[in-house]
Design a protein around this ligand. Sequence first.
Ligand SMILES: [Zn+2]
Ligand SMILES: [Zn+2]
Length: 432
Amino acid sequence: MGMANNAVFQELKHKVGDVIDGAQDRLHRLSTDIWSCPETAEQEYKSHDRLVAFFEQEETGWTVDSHYKLATAFRATWGPAGGTGDNDSIHVGFLCEYDALPGIGHACGHNLIAELGAAAAIGLKAVVESTPDFPVAVQVTVLGTPAEEDEGGKIDLIREGAFDGLDVVFMAHPSQEDASWLPDMAVQSVKVRYHGKETHAAAYPWKGVNALDAAVLAYNSVSVLRQQLKPDWRIHGIISHGGVKPNIIPAYTELEYYLRAPARKDIPIFKAKAEMCFRSAAVATGCEVELEFARNVFHNVLRNPTLLRLYELNGEALGMEFTTDEEVLTNPSGSTDFGNVSFIVPGIHPYFYIGSNALNHTEKYTEAAGDHKAQFYTLRAAKALAMTALDVLLCPELLQMARNELKEANLKEEQTLGMSTGEKPVEEEARP
Ligand SMILES: [Zn+2]
Ligand SMILES: [Zn+2]
């Protein structure tokens, strides 16, 4: 079979690059339109419509489901096509994000993630479509996944079955450097509300119940807890509502916290510890406390060594220089809802340089994500992803290795349950 021939293989990879380069103006317009109209989590209606229009009107052959399972999610799917008819199709997924941050626009560059997912998908499709003897049947799906910066749309989509049947999943995220994997942490967010009783702060303070005191005690208790945590655990929060006027004893306060740990198995233990801080502050002040844990826990991102290595090889062939900075590679970074995907489908979520040293979640990064300079790097990462997909499609043993690695990684996570602290995780229970 010709496909085993390395020269043919290289030619197909080259073709992916040509297709993506050929579409660069349209792809740039796509990301510019999303960048120019930043929408926060679960409000990404215009970005959703723009992406849907891209696959329905600018491209051919895609079946598009707008508002797919979530109001601002979508699905564009093509195939199965190719193959000899005697084997099952391989279903490749590319993920798009397109939510922005409140106040500072596309400071995480999710407009580039959307562009990149679209670019990789149309590149792969074009190559499979135009290769008459392509050896396997292929289906390509682009999933638009909202609210990464907030509730985690991918987790909702997993629950809704949107990832069922996908064999391998790809996306890439803008950063300061090229890195095939960074240690993204598991995270649980929580809102804490204290209800006290207002009164005149000077005339009869003894008649009040001070909800701000509860908030401050909780904040301080968490600060004390912090020194007893493992060094790679993170808890950080704000007082989002602290009262209305100094001469009114605050009747209501609200805090918001993120609890992060390197492994999802640590989150229930972490929750239990933080909860003691929040509840004891209520007891000390006589307030009522209300804890609202976010519906979705983001998981850490599992490594898939086979896919990571393939991406690195393809990236290097395209001129990427992967970071060797130990601090970047080992320090806990942020969190992503791709973590949950990484537990169920073999996949990768590499980071890519966009031509700027600005840091994510700053206005400077917003500028960089809208700059023409980011285009070269974004499309290069798209090519590397599509080329990695080709590797997997043309060498079935690679896909099997990736599947085995996912199984092993899951098993390892199970076996080490609670080991990092020596404690058993507490049972999850429903809370109001
Ligand atoms: Zn972000
Ligand atoms: Zn992001």
